[in-house]
Ligand binder design. Structure first.
Ligand SMILES: [Zn+2]
Length: 398
């Protein structure tokens, strides 16, 4: 199917969905948490029917958010979306779809969704694709109000309008910026620093008094650290790495690597010479056949043997050339990476924000892994973690 054709069909589909949303039908293919999608009797389209167990959880989330969690003394403590997520996880309630735990954004999404008071929304948010530095991201924008649809749906509500409005008030009062995005923008190691235990991202979380790096996976036992300590150690490791490199790779090549490059070069020229000799031999067998010295059988036997050796020589030249190119590429990128690391270390503290630090770090580091098994002792040392730095160098095959 051509791209244009797909776009046309997709647009037609979108129009069909908008029309069905206007009639209060449910226009999407996946039902929201708390509901199942059911066919409308004697009509086209779909609507929603509460799923008892999930609807119960939706009501519970709204109650927790608006009233708080009951304490042992019978009083209520107000809680945010994070604590609600943890509470649901502890109760063993499975999160929507395939997620492994309840995230803050899942909880917030439920609290904000007017589908639970029986409304149907359509076209209230649009996803706009953005490509920057080869990274695809999506921006959510709101279409103009006249293009947005929010009508009474055909489906029954799960929570009361009063409860829903109470939740909206708290959401607004507490600020709507999701904590994850806010912390990630503060994190110069975003997309670089990973948990060495479970492989997920390490995120930065800040409060007024402290800032920590922790594994995004709540069920992971990797222990968090103060952001400033990890940052300091990463820069220190880069400095040490740079010093070693300057010594060992002054011209971009170690003695070992230099000799391995020489060996490969010699092997290539040897194979080329052999190929040359074989070509001559092959042409001589032709001559000998023409002169009647060789009969056809002898000629075929000889030329086949020579051909086989030529194929082998070709193959080894190819392999050696590829290996040599990789060696030289690695040497070259080492030469390039030294000034890049030097630059990073000299300007890092003066850079205005996490974003610019992140860009420089991404230029020289593929990945950093962080592992910490025990909390730091009260009086230190605070760097009882292990960091593994993976610099951006072409790796050897195999
Ligand atoms: Zn982890």
């Amino acid at each position: 199917m051509s791209r244009r054709e797909y776009k046309t069909i997709n647009r037609r589909l979108q129009r069909g969905r908008a029309a069905s949303a206007k009639e209060g039908k449910y226009p999407c293919s996946r039902p929201p948490y708390g509901y199942e999608r059911v066919r409308i009797p004697n009509d086209k389209g779909w609507t929603l029917k509460p799923k008892d167990d999930e609807a119960e959880i939706v009501r519970y989330i709204f109650k927790l958010y608006t009233r708080g969690i009951e304490q042992d003394d019978g009083s209520f403590r107000s809680v945010g979306t994070r604590v609600i997520g943890v509470t649901l996880d502890k109760m063993g309630i499975s999160p929507p779809s395939t997620a492994s735990y309840w995230t803050e954004s899942t909880v917030r999404h439920i609290l904000r969704n007017p589908i639970y008071i029986g409304k149907v929304r359509w076209n209230t948010k649009k996803r706009k694709k953005r490509v920057k530095d080869g990274v695809v991201s999506y921006e959510r924008t709101s279409p103009p109000p006249e293009e947005q649809i929010c009508v009474d749906g055909l489906h029954p509500p799960i929570v009361s309008v009063e409860l829903f409005n109470a939740a909206q008030e708290i959401l607004q009062r507490r600020g709507t910026a999701p904590i994850h995005t806010r912390t990630d923008m503060q994190n110069p190691f975003a997309g670089i620093l990973y948990c060495g235990k479970c492989g997920r991202s390490m995120i930065r979380r800040s409060t007024a008094s402290s800032s920590v790096l922790l594994c995004v996976n709540r069920s992971c036992d990797n222990v968090m650290s103060k952001f400033s300590i990890v940052e300091e150690r990463i820069l220190q490791s880069l400095q040490e790495w740079l010093n070693d490199y300057r010594l060992e790779w002054a011209d971009g090549k170690s003695p070992d690597e230099q000799s391995s490059i020489e060996v490969k070069r010699r092997a290539i020229s040897k194979a080329e010479k052999e190929l040359d000799t074989l070509t001559k031999q092959l042409s001589r067998t032709h001559d000998l056949l023409e002169q009647g010295v060789y009969d056809t059988d002898t000629f075929l036997g000889r030329s086949r043997a020579i051909n086989e050796r030529m194929v082998a020589a070709h193959k080894s030249i190819e392999e050696l050339t590829a290996a040599l190119a990789l060696d030289e590429q690695r040497a070259a990128s080492r030469v390039n990476i030294i000034p890049q690391v030097e630059h990073l270390l000299s300007v890092y503290d003066k850079l205005p924000d996490a974003q610019s630090k992140n860009e420089l770090l991404k230029g020289i580091l593929e990945r950093i892994e962080y592992v910490k098994d025990k909390p730091s002792p009260r009086k230190g040392p605070f760097d009882n973690f292990e960091l593994v730095l993976y610099p951006k160098l072409p790796s050897a095959k195999k």
